[in-house]
Design a protein around this ligand. Structure first.
Ligand SMILES: *Cc1c(COP(=O)(O)O)cnc(C)c1O
Length: 347
């Protein structure tokens, strides 16, 4: 068994639907820089998916998608409010600040990886003088960095809060498909109907080789975003290969079913792990991540056996991720292996 398989959903390969679409897109010639039929088809498939006319851009990765989207919403003297564990803050090397020429990221706490609306309000209202960077955007992650989900009602509350204070609402949806699958809500309900102005929609962690979509529901905000992408080195000349996987997954209706599979695997893994000594579930499993509090000796033993997984997200948590590619029999084998080690260590 591959001992990397629970390390991250971006350790997975390319799903068959994306692969087939790439193969098809690879036949012959196509216009470059997004002026091709695959890009048009992908944009239209996304408009159908969200049941609205939106502006769509494809970039290479999530860091670019998030930071360029945020930069397009801000001026340099503005600020962006996000959760203290948000990818934008902890895993993007200051890209949001860089691409916005100095926009400050302000952090708020909140249980289960979700922003606490009171803390957001407090941060917005703390200062209104000229000496403090002006709050301009609230960004939320769905599914969150802790594998939890904002409910539809929670999103509407956050959207209303942003609107009331004149802030734009951005969503980091690196795992948006997992959120749609987990909540069973329409994508529209989880985005523009709840007040989301711009969504970063992740493809990479859900079976695509590379690429994320930036989706502007407020089309006015997309003005000149193409120039921003080009300047940032994010305008693919062979755009059809970023677009085709979206066509492959959306037109075959597998985008959400792959995510649902990953979520199901995470729930199965969690159900196996909770019965083992030295392990407690740290967060409810609502998407494709399993966060557990684990006896440090057990973590060391797993690492010594060659298992690869991350422990730096959250305090003292071990994280196991499932993807479209995870197989149930691997979950059972892995759980048995941990149980064996836990028994040996008398956890
Ligand atoms: C993976 C991820 C991203 C994108 O990361 P890249 O490595 O830049 O593609 C963005 N946000 C969250 C929450 C993620 O988990």
């Amino acid at each position: 068994m591959d001992k990397n398989l629970f390390a991250s959903d971006n350790y997975s390969g390319i799903c068959p639907e994306a692969w087939r679409a790439l193969e098809e897109a690879n036949r012959g010639y196509a216009t470059s820089y997004g002026d091709d039929s695959w890009t048009e088809r992908a944009c239209n498939a996304l408009r159908d998916f969200f049941e609205t006319d939106c502006q769509v851009f494809f970039v290479f990765n999530g860091t670019a998608a998030n930071s360029l989207a945020l930069a397009s919403l801000c001026r340099s003297y503005h600020s962006v409010i996000c959760h203290e564990m948000a990818h934008v803050e902890t895993d993007e090397c200051g890209a949001a600040e860089f691409f916005s020429n100095g926009t400050k990221v302000l952090l708020v706490p909140g249980a289960h990886g979700k922003v606490d609306p009171r803390a957001v309000t407090e941060t917005i209202e703390r200062r209104s003088d000229i000496h403090y960077p002006k709050p301009q955007v609230l960004t939320v992650t769905q599914a969150t960095e802790l594998g939890t989900l904002y409910s539809c009602a929670e999103l509407r509350e956050v959207g209303e809060l942003a609107r009331r204070h004149g802030l734009k609402l951005h969503m980091d949806g690196a795992r948006f498909a997992n959120a749609v699958a987990g909540l069973g809500c329409a994508p529209a309900e989880l985005t523009w109907k709840a007040g989301v102005d711009v969504l970063t929609f992740g493809g990479t962690k859900n079976g695509m080789p590379v690429g994320e979509a930036v989706i502007f529901f407020d089309q006015g905000l997309a003005d000149e975003f193409d120039y921003r992408c080009k300047q940032a080195g994010q305008l693919a000349s062979k755009m059809r290969f970023l677009a085709a996987p979206w066509v492959g997954l959306l037109e075959s209706d597998t985008l959400i079913s792959h995510a649902a599979h990953a979520n199901r695997c995470a729930r199965l893994l969690a159900s196996r792990l909770v019965g083992i000594g030295g392990i407690q579930l740290a967060e409810e499993v609502q998407a494709n991540a399993v966060f557990v509090q684990m006896d440090p000796a057990l973590i060391d033993a797993l690492h010594a056996e060659g298992w690869h997984f991350y422990t730096f997200i959250g305090s003292g948590f071990a994280r196991f991720m499932c993807s479209w590619q995870t197989r149930e029999k691997d979950i059972e084998l892995f759980a048995a292996e941990i149980a064996r080690l836990a028994a040996r260590l008398k956890c």
